[in-house]
Design a protein around this ligand. Structure first.
Ligand code: ADP
Length: 355
């Protein structure tokens, strides 16, 4: 009797352990049939754990080898309802009894984390490109300088010719043509620089603008915490789906947030608020801050190389404008009635962009 009690107790203990682990555990007999399944197995395979009894383990784990002693394997597991999930499987054999124990872990979240990491890596590559651009800027400044000094020389010579030899129109024409060609060359260099930064290949998918803002916020807000700015994300529009290159639009949002945070450095009231809305076929984002406000009017800010910052390159807003306009939208800045500035952009709603 005592031995029987002890055996029953051991079994109850084992069962309690099996029921509380989060990995799915299946006991498989020598024919490959499931003879026991814990509660987690039921959860993972989305059925009552009893429903797994009598099922061939190979049906549930079609991509895995079920021989004992295999190292951890990864493969798709199939549920009785035919849906699948990525799983990690370890199989061990029970000593004495001819049973194999399969421990199955759901990798769905791990895979999602890997995908996110992969995306972050591509974003990092982009950030790396921006850093490389910083290094290139010196070299480019030199390159752009050459056609400009050539233009200056040609124009000076043309004026000199006009003053000295008023009849030499063919020569002057030739020199002005050369000046024109150099101006085109300078323009080309600037265009190539912009293409390099805004990335040649654009991958557009339908995205909710509010979701893009939420994701970008995690990148842009890091700076916000440093200056103690409060971020308020308000009003999610009903239909705010736009056809957009996710990384590019997030780059614009992060850029506007960073600028806002920098503008509020040292201000007594530091509030950054982001709100999305949609109207007249366009989704819109407003990024409002309570910083020092727009110093030299709003128009010139979007021109390249306009910066009021000691270390600024003045290229962020110009790139943002290129990106927004390439998406068929508009970007602008206005003074914030409560002090500070509001930067806004619109993007055509997805139905409109597809048409
Ligand atoms: P950078 O940040 O390198 O100066 P940007 O193109 O991003 O380049 O910005 C250009 C200029 O626009 C800034 O130097 C600043 O004077 C002005 N600006 C941008 N955002 C704001 C803002 N939120 N508030 C006030 N001024 C701003």
């Amino acid at each position: 009797m005592a031995a029987e009690d002890a055996a029953r107790l051991a079994e109850a203990r084992l069962e309690a352990i099996l029921e509380c682990v989060t990995d799915a555990i299946l006991s498989i007999d020598e024919k490959g049939v499931v003879v026991a399944a814990n509660a987690a197995a039921g959860t993972l395979f989305r059925c009552a754990s009893e429903a797994l009894l009598g099922v061939g383990a190979a049906l549930l784990l079609p991509e895995c080898r079920l021989a004992a002693g295999e190292r951890r394997q990864n493969g798709l597991a199939r549920r009785p309802d035919d849906s699948t999930f990525p799983a990690a499987l370890t199989v061990t054999e029970t000593r004495g009894a001819r049973l194999r124990i399969a421990v199955i872990r759901d990798l769905t979240e791990e895979r999602a984390a890997e995908a996110l990491l992969c995306e972050l890596r591509s974003e990092l590559a982009y950030a790396g490109r921006l850093a490389a651009m910083g290094e290139l800027a010196g070299a480019l400044a030199h390159e752009i300088n050459q056609p400009f000094s050539a233009i200056a020389t040609y124009v000076r010579t043309a004026r000199w010719l006009l003053q000295r030899k008023p009849k030499q129109s063919a020569e002057v024409e030739d020199i002005l043509a050369k000046a024109g060609a150099q101006a085109m060359r300078a323009g080309d260099i600037v265009r190539r620089l912009r293409e390099f930064v805004t990335r040649g290949e654009s991958v557009k998918t339908v995205q909710s603008l509010a979701t893009l803002v939420e994701e970008a916020q995690s990148l842009g807000v890091a700076g916000a915490r440093q200056v103690g700015a409060r971020v308020v994300v308000a009003a999610r529009g009903e239909n705010d789906h736009v056809l957009a290159d996710r990384v590019q639009i997030q780059q614009v949002i992060v850029n506007l947030m960073r600028n806002a945070v920098e503008a509020m450095d040292g201000a007594t009231r530091r509030e950054l608020s982001l709100s999305t809305s949609s109207a007249d076929g366009y989704a819109r984002l407003d990024v409002a801050d309570t910083g020092h406000g727009l110093k030299d009017g709003a128009g010139a800010l979007f021109e390249p190389f306009r910066s009021t910052k000691a270390t600024g390159m003045g290229i962020g807003l110009s790139i943002s404008r290129s990106i927004v306009e390439a998406h068929g939208g508009r970007i602008w800045a206005e003074p914030n009635p409560q002090g500070g500035a509001i930067f806004s952009f619109t993007l055509p709603l997805a139905e409109r962009a597809i048409l």
